[in-house]
Design a protein around this ligand. Structure first.
Ligand SMILES: Nc1ncnc2c1ncn2[C@@H]1O[C@H](COP(=O)(O)OP(=O)(O)OP(=O)(O)O)[C@@H](O)[C@H]1O
Ligand SMILES: [Mg+2]
Length: 267
Protein backbone atom coordinates (compact mmCIF):
# COMPACT_ATOMS: atom_id res chain seq x y z
CA UNK A 1 0.00 0.00 0.00
CA UNK A 2 1.69 3.22 -1.03
CA UNK A 3 1.66 6.52 0.78
CA UNK A 4 -0.10 8.54 -1.87
CA UNK A 5 -3.17 6.32 -1.79
CA UNK A 6 -6.31 8.04 -0.53
CA UNK A 7 -6.95 7.15 3.07
CA UNK A 8 -10.70 7.67 2.84
CA UNK A 9 -13.04 7.80 -0.13
CA UNK A 10 -16.74 8.38 0.23
CA UNK A 11 -18.80 7.47 -2.81
CA UNK A 12 -22.42 8.52 -3.32
CA UNK A 13 -23.20 8.32 0.37
CA UNK A 14 -26.80 8.82 1.44
CA UNK A 15 -28.10 8.58 5.00
CA UNK A 16 -31.56 8.90 6.48
CA UNK A 17 -33.14 8.66 9.91
CA UNK A 18 -35.92 6.32 8.90
CA UNK A 19 -38.02 8.82 6.97
CA UNK A 20 -38.21 9.29 3.22
CA UNK A 21 -35.88 12.23 3.35
CA UNK A 22 -32.11 11.73 3.14
CA UNK A 23 -30.25 14.02 5.52
CA UNK A 24 -27.00 13.22 3.71
CA UNK A 25 -27.51 13.04 -0.05
CA UNK A 26 -25.12 11.56 -2.55
CA UNK A 27 -21.99 12.85 -0.91
CA UNK A 28 -18.63 12.26 -2.59
CA UNK A 29 -15.36 13.18 -0.98
CA UNK A 30 -11.84 11.92 -0.52
CA UNK A 31 -9.08 12.39 2.00
CA UNK A 32 -5.39 11.95 1.25
CA UNK A 33 -2.76 11.00 3.83
CA UNK A 34 -1.90 13.94 6.10
CA UNK A 35 -4.60 16.08 4.57
CA UNK A 36 -6.89 18.31 6.61
CA UNK A 37 -10.43 18.57 5.32
CA UNK A 38 -12.76 21.25 6.65
CA UNK A 39 -16.50 20.72 6.46
CA UNK A 40 -18.64 23.79 7.00
CA UNK A 41 -22.34 24.44 6.73
CA UNK A 42 -25.36 25.62 8.61
CA UNK A 43 -26.96 23.82 11.52
CA UNK A 44 -28.84 20.71 10.40
CA UNK A 45 -27.00 20.42 7.08
CA UNK A 46 -25.79 16.89 7.92
CA UNK A 47 -22.17 17.48 8.96
CA UNK A 48 -22.26 15.40 12.15
CA UNK A 49 -24.31 12.69 10.50
CA UNK A 50 -21.70 12.41 7.75
CA UNK A 51 -18.66 12.07 9.99
CA UNK A 52 -20.39 9.83 12.50
CA UNK A 53 -21.15 7.44 9.65
CA UNK A 54 -17.41 7.13 9.01
CA UNK A 55 -16.98 5.84 12.53
CA UNK A 56 -20.09 3.63 12.39
CA UNK A 57 -21.60 5.70 15.18
CA UNK A 58 -24.83 7.02 13.70
CA UNK A 59 -27.43 7.93 16.30
CA UNK A 60 -30.22 5.40 16.73
CA UNK A 61 -32.45 5.33 13.66
CA UNK A 62 -29.68 6.52 11.38
CA UNK A 63 -29.07 4.32 8.37
CA UNK A 64 -26.81 4.45 5.35
CA UNK A 65 -29.20 3.91 2.45
CA UNK A 66 -26.68 4.09 -0.35
CA UNK A 67 -23.01 4.45 -1.15
CA UNK A 68 -19.63 3.38 0.14
CA UNK A 69 -17.12 4.51 2.74
CA UNK A 70 -13.76 3.16 1.64
CA UNK A 71 -11.04 3.30 4.29
CA UNK A 72 -7.65 2.23 2.98
CA UNK A 73 -9.15 0.14 0.23
CA UNK A 74 -12.00 -1.55 2.17
CA UNK A 75 -15.64 -0.54 2.44
CA UNK A 76 -16.31 0.12 6.12
CA UNK A 77 -19.96 -0.73 5.57
CA UNK A 78 -18.84 -4.35 5.14
CA UNK A 79 -17.01 -4.38 8.48
CA UNK A 80 -18.20 -6.67 11.26
CA UNK A 81 -18.97 -5.21 14.69
CA UNK A 82 -15.67 -6.57 15.90
CA UNK A 83 -13.78 -4.88 13.06
CA UNK A 84 -15.50 -1.56 13.80
CA UNK A 85 -14.48 -1.82 17.42
CA UNK A 86 -10.87 -2.40 16.47
CA UNK A 87 -10.96 0.53 14.09
CA UNK A 88 -12.37 3.03 16.55
CA UNK A 89 -9.97 4.88 18.73
CA UNK A 90 -7.19 2.88 17.17
CA UNK A 91 -6.98 3.78 13.51
CA UNK A 92 -9.80 6.31 13.46
CA UNK A 93 -10.43 8.57 16.46
CA UNK A 94 -13.15 11.12 17.06
CA UNK A 95 -13.33 14.31 19.08
CA UNK A 96 -16.80 15.59 19.84
CA UNK A 97 -17.78 19.16 20.60
CA UNK A 98 -17.96 18.41 24.28
CA UNK A 99 -15.56 15.49 24.53
CA UNK A 100 -14.26 17.04 27.74
CA UNK A 101 -17.63 16.36 29.33
CA UNK A 102 -17.28 12.66 28.54
CA UNK A 103 -14.31 12.29 30.89
CA UNK A 104 -15.11 10.31 34.01
CA UNK A 105 -15.68 12.74 36.92
CA UNK A 106 -14.95 10.16 39.60
CA UNK A 107 -11.43 9.29 38.49
CA UNK A 108 -8.32 11.39 38.16
CA UNK A 109 -7.32 12.38 34.63
CA UNK A 110 -4.08 10.43 34.98
CA UNK A 111 -5.67 7.07 35.64
CA UNK A 112 -8.11 7.50 32.73
CA UNK A 113 -5.40 8.65 30.38
CA UNK A 114 -2.97 5.87 31.34
CA UNK A 115 -5.69 3.24 31.01
CA UNK A 116 -6.64 4.42 27.54
CA UNK A 117 -3.00 4.35 26.43
CA UNK A 118 -2.46 0.88 27.86
CA UNK A 119 -5.57 -0.33 26.02
CA UNK A 120 -3.95 0.66 22.74
CA UNK A 121 -0.24 0.23 23.21
CA UNK A 122 1.74 -2.44 24.95
CA UNK A 123 3.33 -0.26 27.60
CA UNK A 124 4.22 -0.05 31.27
CA UNK A 125 2.44 2.40 33.51
CA UNK A 126 5.53 4.61 33.58
CA UNK A 127 5.76 4.64 29.80
CA UNK A 128 2.08 5.44 29.46
CA UNK A 129 2.43 8.24 32.01
CA UNK A 130 5.34 9.74 30.11
CA UNK A 131 3.39 9.58 26.86
CA UNK A 132 0.41 11.32 28.44
CA UNK A 133 2.56 14.06 29.95
CA UNK A 134 4.23 14.60 26.62
CA UNK A 135 0.93 14.99 24.78
CA UNK A 136 -0.56 17.30 27.42
CA UNK A 137 2.55 19.43 27.00
CA UNK A 138 1.99 19.49 23.24
CA UNK A 139 -1.50 20.82 23.92
CA UNK A 140 0.34 23.57 25.79
CA UNK A 141 -1.49 22.75 28.96
CA UNK A 142 0.63 24.17 31.75
CA UNK A 143 1.59 21.82 34.55
CA UNK A 144 0.84 18.51 32.84
CA UNK A 145 1.73 16.57 36.01
CA UNK A 146 -0.77 18.64 37.98
CA UNK A 147 -3.46 17.94 35.40
CA UNK A 148 -2.79 14.19 35.55
CA UNK A 149 -3.35 14.42 39.28
CA UNK A 150 -6.64 16.35 38.95
CA UNK A 151 -10.30 15.46 38.82
CA UNK A 152 -12.38 16.97 36.02
CA UNK A 153 -14.11 19.45 38.36
CA UNK A 154 -10.72 21.01 39.04
CA UNK A 155 -10.25 21.87 35.36
CA UNK A 156 -11.88 24.51 33.17
CA UNK A 157 -14.00 23.49 30.18
CA UNK A 158 -11.21 24.44 27.81
CA UNK A 159 -8.68 22.37 29.75
CA UNK A 160 -10.94 19.32 29.74
CA UNK A 161 -11.49 19.66 26.02
CA UNK A 162 -7.75 19.86 25.44
CA UNK A 163 -7.25 16.77 27.63
CA UNK A 164 -9.82 14.95 25.48
CA UNK A 165 -8.09 16.08 22.29
CA UNK A 166 -4.75 14.97 23.75
CA UNK A 167 -6.22 11.55 24.55
CA UNK A 168 -7.56 11.15 21.01
CA UNK A 169 -4.27 12.21 19.44
CA UNK A 170 -2.18 9.97 21.69
CA UNK A 171 -3.71 7.01 19.90
CA UNK A 172 -1.85 8.26 16.81
CA UNK A 173 -4.86 7.55 14.63
CA UNK A 174 -4.49 7.49 10.88
CA UNK A 175 -7.66 9.53 10.64
CA UNK A 176 -9.00 11.99 13.20
CA UNK A 177 -12.61 13.10 12.99
CA UNK A 178 -13.31 16.29 14.88
CA UNK A 179 -16.86 17.58 15.28
CA UNK A 180 -16.73 21.21 16.38
CA UNK A 181 -13.79 20.43 18.67
CA UNK A 182 -13.09 24.04 19.51
CA UNK A 183 -16.45 25.79 19.39
CA UNK A 184 -17.02 25.50 23.13
CA UNK A 185 -13.65 27.13 23.81
CA UNK A 186 -13.03 30.82 24.05
CA UNK A 187 -11.50 32.37 20.98
CA UNK A 188 -7.88 32.66 22.11
CA UNK A 189 -7.79 29.05 23.28
CA UNK A 190 -9.59 28.08 20.07
CA UNK A 191 -6.76 29.47 17.96
CA UNK A 192 -4.21 27.67 20.12
CA UNK A 193 -5.95 24.30 19.86
CA UNK A 194 -6.33 24.69 16.10
CA UNK A 195 -2.59 25.28 15.77
CA UNK A 196 -1.88 22.31 18.02
CA UNK A 197 -4.01 20.02 15.87
CA UNK A 198 -2.05 21.17 12.84
CA UNK A 199 1.25 20.47 14.63
CA UNK A 200 0.02 17.03 15.54
CA UNK A 201 -0.91 16.29 11.95
CA UNK A 202 2.65 17.08 10.98
CA UNK A 203 4.11 14.93 13.71
CA UNK A 204 1.95 11.83 13.39
CA UNK A 205 0.97 12.17 9.72
CA UNK A 206 -2.66 12.06 10.77
CA UNK A 207 -5.38 12.98 8.29
CA UNK A 208 -8.05 15.16 9.85
CA UNK A 209 -11.66 15.89 8.99
CA UNK A 210 -12.83 18.86 11.01
CA UNK A 211 -16.46 19.96 11.13
CA UNK A 212 -16.95 23.57 12.05
CA UNK A 213 -19.46 26.40 11.80
CA UNK A 214 -16.55 28.74 11.48
CA UNK A 215 -15.34 29.37 7.94
CA UNK A 216 -12.33 31.15 9.46
CA UNK A 217 -11.20 27.97 11.24
CA UNK A 218 -11.85 25.89 8.12
CA UNK A 219 -9.90 28.17 5.84
CA UNK A 220 -7.03 28.51 8.29
CA UNK A 221 -6.57 24.77 8.81
CA UNK A 222 -7.77 22.97 5.74
CA UNK A 223 -6.18 21.78 2.56
CA UNK A 224 -9.63 21.12 1.16
CA UNK A 225 -13.02 22.48 2.12
CA UNK A 226 -16.49 21.06 1.63
CA UNK A 227 -19.56 23.22 2.13
CA UNK A 228 -22.71 21.36 3.09
CA UNK A 229 -26.24 22.53 2.71
CA UNK A 230 -29.33 20.45 3.26
CA UNK A 231 -27.38 17.20 3.14
CA UNK A 232 -25.43 17.98 0.00
CA UNK A 233 -22.00 19.28 -0.81
CA UNK A 234 -22.65 22.51 -2.66
CA UNK A 235 -18.95 23.21 -2.80
CA UNK A 236 -15.85 21.01 -2.70
CA UNK A 237 -12.33 22.01 -3.58
CA UNK A 238 -8.93 23.10 -2.40
CA UNK A 239 -8.85 25.91 0.12
CA UNK A 240 -7.68 28.34 -2.55
CA UNK A 241 -10.45 27.34 -4.93
CA UNK A 242 -13.13 27.65 -2.31
CA UNK A 243 -11.90 30.87 -0.72
CA UNK A 244 -10.89 32.69 -3.88
CA UNK A 245 -13.31 31.25 -6.40
CA UNK A 246 -16.41 30.03 -4.61
CA UNK A 247 -18.92 28.52 -6.99
CA UNK A 248 -21.96 28.76 -4.81
CA UNK A 249 -23.79 31.76 -3.45
CA UNK A 250 -24.06 30.11 -0.07
CA UNK A 251 -20.26 29.84 0.20
CA UNK A 252 -19.98 33.55 -0.56
CA UNK A 253 -22.40 34.20 2.26
CA UNK A 254 -20.29 32.16 4.69
CA UNK A 255 -17.13 33.92 3.53
CA UNK A 256 -18.62 37.33 4.10
CA UNK A 257 -19.42 36.46 7.69
CA UNK A 258 -16.12 35.05 8.94
CA UNK A 259 -15.74 35.56 12.66
CA UNK A 260 -12.37 36.48 14.06
CA UNK A 261 -10.15 33.77 15.51
CA UNK A 262 -7.94 34.73 18.39
CA UNK A 263 -8.52 38.42 17.84
CA UNK A 264 -7.71 38.53 14.16
CA UNK A 265 -9.25 37.58 10.87
CA UNK A 266 -7.56 34.64 9.24
CA UNK A 267 -8.58 35.27 5.65
N1 LIG B 1 -30.90 11.17 15.98
C1 LIG B 1 -31.57 11.77 15.00
N2 LIG B 1 -32.83 11.36 14.67
C2 LIG B 1 -33.53 11.95 13.68
N3 LIG B 1 -33.06 12.97 12.94
C3 LIG B 1 -31.83 13.42 13.21
C4 LIG B 1 -31.02 12.84 14.25
N4 LIG B 1 -29.84 13.50 14.29
C5 LIG B 1 -29.90 14.43 13.31
N5 LIG B 1 -31.09 14.38 12.67
C6 LIG B 1 -31.50 15.24 11.55
O1 LIG B 1 -30.57 15.10 10.49
C7 LIG B 1 -30.26 16.34 9.89
C8 LIG B 1 -28.77 16.57 9.95
O2 LIG B 1 -28.38 16.71 11.31
P1 LIG B 1 -26.85 16.84 11.75
O3 LIG B 1 -26.84 16.75 13.21
O4 LIG B 1 -26.04 15.87 10.98
O5 LIG B 1 -26.53 18.32 11.25
P2 LIG B 1 -25.26 19.23 11.57
O6 LIG B 1 -24.85 19.81 10.26
O7 LIG B 1 -24.26 18.47 12.32
O8 LIG B 1 -25.89 20.39 12.47
P3 LIG B 1 -25.20 21.23 13.67
O9 LIG B 1 -24.33 22.25 12.99
O10 LIG B 1 -26.36 21.86 14.36
O11 LIG B 1 -24.43 20.30 14.54
C9 LIG B 1 -31.09 17.38 10.64
O12 LIG B 1 -32.25 17.63 9.89
C10 LIG B 1 -31.44 16.70 11.94
O13 LIG B 1 -32.67 17.15 12.40
MG1 LIG C 1 -23.43 18.68 14.23
Amino acid sequence: MNDTMEILTINNLSIDYGGQKSVVKNVNMSVNPQEIIGIVGESGSGKSTLIRAVLGLLPIGGRVSDGEIIFKGRNLLDYSKQEWRELRGNRIAMIFQNSGAALNPTRKIGSQFIESIQCHFESSKAEAYAKAIDMLGKMRLPDAAGIMNSYTFQLSGGMKQRVAIAMAMTMEPELLLADEPTSALDVTIQAQVVRQMMDLRKQFKTSIIIVTHNMGVASYMSDKIGVMRQGEFVEWGTRTQVINHPQHEYTLKLLSAIPELGGRRLV
